[in-house]
Design a protein around this ligand. Structure first.
Ligand SMILES: Cc1ncc(COP(=O)(O)O)c(C=O)c1O
Length: 464
């Protein structure tokens, strides 16, 4: 059971009733919370742990959806937001500037690789991706290529939910209910080397981008968008040289390269930006989540000098914006968040601890249902299979029984929050706060091993 060590005085039944009646949970089957089953209500956080309304403690193995990189409960980060609210509560970035946004833009430009020097703030990741899609279109129009509008993205990738971002998102079940949306999304294979198509080698994967651009006609393609490690589908890392080749292809056809680092920046892969881990230089980075460790909502689009250049002259303007982009409180919180990164050497910590996290996960490979372990930094996935040798996966119905009927609830019951996901083949994803260490790896293993062993038995995997 999740450990109960801090009773919290909350009228639980009232909150449950109000949540059922009034709160619309995102990406959630509202019907699954009948009178017999509770909505998990999280009331408090500290370090790598959170507590529910009953006082049960959980390890936050997902950093509250890849967000809380510095861990929960940092009083000084909260204080930075409060102090800022007293000094200047809000002013907008439409035509005006304020000190915290200016300082943060300069600080981010100093950390970002190469000539990524200009920062456009948003309130979250979808807004950052939406901004990038609009920017690349306007950029090409202003530089004499008005027909360059299409976006090449990868299958099963998640780039957000607004209608423009959905163009790039490559998950059919998230797209279909909302079609038609912004046209121009073209999808190529992702870097799932565990399930590489028979006729392909890892080094062929980047060539699919070239083929697709040629097929569409390069004069119609505005940008390629990719995550350094693709989240959806389960932490697909790139093969050797993949991103360098994609960069070359983009240059060959005057296509801009957007590195969507909503998850993969701010230490998640052991660097401030995921592209640094793999040694490639994008034209635009989209980011969010860890930029404030989610102590306040914020996202950003960071662009190269080349991309910003046409907007700096005469009457030109990027005719796009969001009221809350660069909110002073979020900017102050982001500064305090980055101060923690520096003070506690969090990037070094991730690099040092990555092999131990990975070693713990690899040690689970003897469990019959564990097919693959992959990822980078503090961002890993375990793919679940029916047969380790043939890599046979589960049917949709079996995935439903496995993930929703058992795994998610059981891991939570035992005190571990992580993600059981079947947007591709079924995976468990782990993305702990960047302060996690030995104690947390032991705790994770203590939950994962018995739960995966029991899942193997229930699904009759490995002759069990
Ligand atoms: C790679 C990527 N892009 C975009 C988004 C959308 O971000 P948000 O949910 O903040 O709108 C996400 C969200 O997880 C993401 O992982």
């Amino acid at each position: 059971m999740a450990t109960t060590d801090q009773p919290v005085e909350t009228p639980t039944s009232v909150l449950q009733e109000q949540a059922r009646r009034h709160l619309w949970l995102h990406f959630t089957r509202l019907g699954s919370y009948g009178q017999g089953s509770e909505i998990p209500i999280i009331v408090k956080g500290d370090g790598c742990y959170v507590w529910d309304e009953h006082g049960n403690r959980y390890m936050d193995g997902l950093s509250a959806l890849f967000c809380v990189n510095i861990g929960h409960g940092r009083a000084e980060v909260a204080q930075a937001g409060a102090d800022q609210a007293k000094e200047l509560d809000f002013f907008t970035n439409w035509s005006f500037a304020h000190p915290r946004a200016i300082e943060l833009a300069a600080r981010i430009a100093g950390l970002a690789p190469g000539d990524l020097n200009r920062v456009f703030f948003t309130s979250g990741g979808s807004e950052a991706v939406e901004s990038a899609i609009k920017l690349v279109r306007q950029y090409h129009k202003m530089t004499g290529n008005p027909t360059k509008t299409k976006i090449v993205a990868r299958k099963t990738a998640y780039h957000g939910t607004s209608l423009g971002a959905l163009t790039a998102t490559g998950i059919t079940s998230l797209r279909a209910p909302f079609e038609p949306f912004t046209p121009g999304g073209c999808h190529v294979p992702n870097t799932n080397t565990y399930r590489l198509a028979h006729h392909m080698q890892p080094e062929d994967l980047a060539e699919t981008v070239r083929e697709r651009i040629l097929f569409e006609d390069p004069s119609t393609v505005a940008a390629v968008i990719m995550e350094p490690v693709q989240n959806s589908g389960g932490c697909f890392t790139p093969p050797e040289g993949y991103f360098q080749r994609v960069r070359e292809i983009c240059d060959e056809f005057d296509v801009l390269f957007i590195s969507d680092e909503v998850i993969c920046s701010w230490g998640r892969l052991g660097e401030y930006f995921g592209c640094e881990r793999y040694g490639y230089q994008p034209d635009i980075i989209t980011t969010a989540k860890g930029i404030t460790s989610a102590y306040a909502p914020m996202g950003a689009m960071i662009t190269s000098d080349k991309v910003a250049e046409p907007f700096l002259e005469g009457t030109a303007s990027f005719t796009h914006g969001f009221t809350f982009g660069g909110h002073p409180i979020a900017c102050a919180v982001s500064h305090a968040n980055l101060d923690v990164f520096e003070r506690e050497h969090l990037l070094d910590h991730v690099r040092e601890e990555e092999p131990r996290l990975r070693g713990m996960l690899d040690s689970l490979r003897d469990i019959p249902i564990v097919g693959d372990v992959r990822g980078a930094g503090f961002f890993h996935a375990i793919e679940l299979v029916k047969d380790q040798d043939t890599k046979e996966s589960f049917s949709d119905e079996e995935s439903e029984t496995l993930l929703r009927g058992y795994l998610s609830a059981e891991m939570f019951r035992r005190g571990l929050i992580c993600r059981a996901d079947d947007r591709g083949d079924p995976v468990i994803q782990l993305s702990p706060p960047l302060i996690a260490g030995e104690e947390e790896w032991e705790l994770m293993e203590g939950v994962l091993r018995p739960v995966l062993e029991e899942a193997s038995r229930r699904m009759h995997v490995g002759g069990q």
